[in-house]
Design a protein around this ligand. Structure first.
Ligand code: IFM
Length: 458
């Protein structure tokens, strides 16, 4: 049997986000996701995040679960409309929840990794991320949270997946606020990055020793026909708005010229002010990588509908029937993960001397109902084995990767899919009891030994 040993000191954990697990909605303000859930047809099963999996009331049990699995790190996000009131003052009860959560994590020996923004923007911020003022409000919010928790939380992620919060939300219409205007998407992307830059500046000044970063989601795009100039070009344009519009300003202090040229009239005039790129490009300490799948595209004529790739309206996704898929319909492509990590280290983080952290990776599997007996989610375990093996290969090839966090600790609200998709190591039954799956036991053993056992090849 072959095994792969991860480096000494490699850190293991799980990730979640506030809106997806907390519930406790009567005890916080509305976010844009509360509003979006009320739009008929926006959420596949018509559900919402008002109760979710009730982590707001059951967090001691969830922390205890993680401790029993031997996890070292827990990445969670703070709900902005829980901790701040519309007038900008701190909601003491809301902040108290995170204060208690962080204390409980620390007492259990689990490192708290805090994400400031995982999409639940306060509904009262006029214009959302299309409004430049939201970036300033974000930096103020970051400091309020730091004032309360900075003595114990040492790792801070500003944004989770700004592509989703801009292009998927303001151009594709799939996520809150459900708009379909490319110009709004470019504005949102820049203001999210500006908010990141302003928050890093403020946090750095207040707490020079803190570890600061942001998390980007990567779905590597490949041409269906590498010899077709049209396919190669459509992939360049998908990659431009999915990835380089974020990596280049953060690590190189500039927007790629081709991305601005491809945006054409959709790039709002006067969007970028003097000094913005210096703020956005200020050094960070870690890049969070979220990875689930890769995609093949050819240049063609897709059915006309709003797209989250506004500069690539000719992009047609091409299926690879030979690959297995998760319950999201996403193709399982661990080799692309390895290549991504090697490429990010070579082109962005290595030259900056900073590590990569896998802040999300995992699989939605159509698990049986927990009421029907123990959940033997071997498909999820297989997915994780394949992707951890890819991480190991990337490390062997020289990529600096020091953390791996499974998405997700527990089944939860999967955005526009509601509760129809299950990513958790732990299931939740009708009564909201927690039921660990086989993958939770498997992961616990991996964390204990730091050694991945590979299946025998046939
Ligand atoms: O559930 C989401 C998470 O909120 C952000 N990253 C992708 C996950 C799976 O879709």
């Amino acid at each position: 049997m072959s095994t792969l040993r991860f480096p000494q000191g490699f850190r293991w954990g799980t990730a979640t986000s506030s809106f997806q697990i907390e519930g406790g909605a009567d005890e916080r303000g509305d976010s844009i996701w509360d509003e979006f859930c009320r739009v008929p047809g926006a959420i596949a099963d018509g559900s919402d995040g008002r109760v979710a999996v009730d982590h707001y009331h059951r967090y001691p049990q969830d922390v205890e679960l993680m401790a029993s699995m031997g996890l070292d790190t827990y990445r969670f996000s703070v709900s902005w409309p829980r901790v701040l009131n519309p007038d900008g003052s701190v909601n003491r009860v809301g902040m108290g929840f995170y204060d208690a959560l962080v204390d409980t994590l620390c007492a259990a020996g689990i490192r708290p990794w805090l994400t400031l923004y995982h999409w639940d923007l306060p509904a009262w911020l006029s214009g959302g991320w299309t409004n430049r003022a939201t970036a300033d409000a974000f930096a103020d919010y970051a400091m309020r949270v730091h004032d309360a928790l900075g003595d114990r939380v040492r790792v801070w992620t500003t944004l989770n997946e700004p592509w989703c919060a801009s292009f998927l939300s303001y151009a594709g219409g799939h996520h809150a606020p459900g708009h379909t205007d490319p110009a709004e998407a470019y504005a949102a992307a820049h203001h999210l990055l500006l908010g990141h830059g302003l928050a890093v500046k403020a946090l750095r000044a207040a707490d020079p020793e803190a570890t600061l970063g942001l998390t980007l989601n990567f779905t590597p795009a490949y041409p269906a026909d590498p010899d077709s100039a049209a396919d190669v070009d459509v992939v360049r344009r998908v990659d431009g708005t999915a990835h380089r519009i974020f990596t280049d300003p953060v690590f190189r202090g500039e927007y790629p010229a081709d991305v601005i040229a491809d945006a054409g009239a959709a790039w709002p005039s006067g969007l970028v002010h003097d000094g913005d790129l210096e703020l956005i490009g200020a050094p960070i300490d870690v890049l969070g990588v979220n990875y689930y799948t890769s995609q093949l595209f050819h240049a063609g004529q897709p059915a006309p509908q709003p797209t989250p790739h506004p500069a690539a309206t000719d992009a047609v996704a091409v299926d690879r029937p030979e690959l297995s898929r998760t319950d999201m319909g996403w193709e399982v492509t661990p080799d692309a993960f390895r290549d991504l990590l090697i490429g990010l280290h070579r082109d962005y983080t290595g030259p900056a001397g900073i590590p990569l952290a896998i802040t999300e990776n995992g699989a939605a599997i159509d698990d049986p109902d927990p009421a029907s007996g123990p959940i033997d989610d071997t498909e999820r375990i297989d997915y994780l084995v394949g992707h951890l093996s890819a991480v190991h290969q990337a490390i062997e090839a020289g990529a600096q990767v020091d953390t791996y966090l499974v998405w997700s600790l527990i089944d939860n609200f999967e955005w526009a899919f509601g509760y129809t998709k299950r990513f958790g190591l732990v299931a939740v039954d009708e009564a909201l009891n927690r039921v660990p799956k086989a993958s939770a036991r498997w992961y616990s053993e991996l964390v204990r030994t730091g050694t991945l056992t590979l299946p025998e090849r046939a």
